[in-house]
Design a protein around this ligand. Structure first.
Ligand code: ZN
Length: 315
């Protein structure tokens, strides 16, 4: 296995208010965890800015103009109750997108088997016409479309293990049988979508997990619901909306996944990728708001992506 880690040099330029859970320290915590010797084998690359106009592949044609208009000259502007935009937020989003597209290139050109992008802000709540839930552009959705447009990939699977339902990704692909979207999420919880009855055109699998449920419930849900459907879909590429807020330490939700659960889930997804699509996985950071839980979950995720095994980890 070879794994690319894409970092985002300007991650701290997207400002959120004091006390907001989606903060620059999240990326610092990930970078510290992945600076350990255990991760020396990672191929590391800094993201360069991507073409923000690619957002029109998934968003409304007036979407970017509205975001630019909402952007303050200084300070922090508010888009909804918990979604904020600062002067350089769109530059940060463009760099996150550029990094994700670089990861896509590296995986689809066979330079590496898989890739993880430590980027912010997250994207999976951003709908066709509406930014929400800390998200400005739906990066994973843009990457899916670009994989189809640039590389001719026909069948893209997006697996979203963030604790919140990716309403934006579902909104974008709900009528498109070429993109499979599966989400596991706590329910009830923000944003309120993601009932198992929401199945799109047969391309969407939503698994609702009960408050206070643990990694065993997650494993059962993936083994019985998501993996069989993913296998049947037979993707050319697997994209991950990798949120780590189902971690037992996370303050925004009440699931009890351990760091090791993220390693297990990653390994099982790699098994599918091995059988279906030549190991090709591109993983993009979404949520995860407890710094220790985030670092622990990401460490297990990356150790597994790198080696197919966890090996020695501190937590
Ligand atoms: Zn989340």
């Amino acid at each position: 296995m070879s794994t690319l880690l894409v970092s985002q040099p300007n991650f701290a330029d997207h400002l959120t208010p004091q006390g907001h859970p989606e903060r620059a320290e999240r990326i610092v915590a990930i970078e510290e965890a992945l600076a350990k010797q255990r991760f020396d084998k990672l191929l590391r690359r800094d993201a360069i800015s991507g073409d923000l106009n690619l957002a029109e592949l998934v968003h409304d044609s007036r979407y970017l103009a509205r975001l630019r208009h909402a952007r303050p000259a200084e300070g922090i502007g508010q888009l909804d109750a918990d979604t904020f935009i600062s002067a350089k937020s769109l530059d940060v989003a463009a760099t996150g997108l550029g990094g994700a597209l670089n990861a896509l290139d590296a995986v689809l050109l066979g330079e590496v088997d898989n890739a993880f992008c430590a980027i912010r802000p997250p994207g999976h709540h951003a709908e066709i016409a509406t930014p929400m839930g800390f998200c400005l552009i739906n990066t994973v959705a843009i990457v899916a479309r670009e994989a189809q447009r640039k590389y001719g990939a026909e069948r893209i699977a997006i697996i979203d293990f963030d604790v919140h339902h990716g309403n934006g990704t579902q909104d974008i692909f709900k009528a498109d049988p070429s993109v499979f979207y599966a989400s596991s999420h706590q329910m009830p919880l923000f944003p309120g979508t993601g009932r198992p009855s929401e199945t799109g055109v047969g391309n969407i699998v939503n698994v609702a997990l009960d408050e206070n449920s643990d990694g065993a419930a997650m494993r059962d849900a993936y083994l019985t619901r998501i993996f069989p459907a993913l296998h049947d879909f037979s993707p050319d590429l697997i994209l991950l909306s990798a949120g780590f807020d189902a971690h037992e330490r996370d303050p925004l939700a009440q699931l009890n996944w351990s760091s090791a659960d993220y390693g297990w889930l990653t390994g099982k997804l790699m098994d599918v990728a091995d059988r279906a699509c030549g190991n090709r996985i591109v993983s993009l950071l979404e949520g995860g708001y407890d710094l220790k839980g985030l670092a622990g979950g990401v460490s297990h995720h990356l150790a597994m992506l790198m080696d197919g095994a966890i090996g020695r980890l501190d937590d």
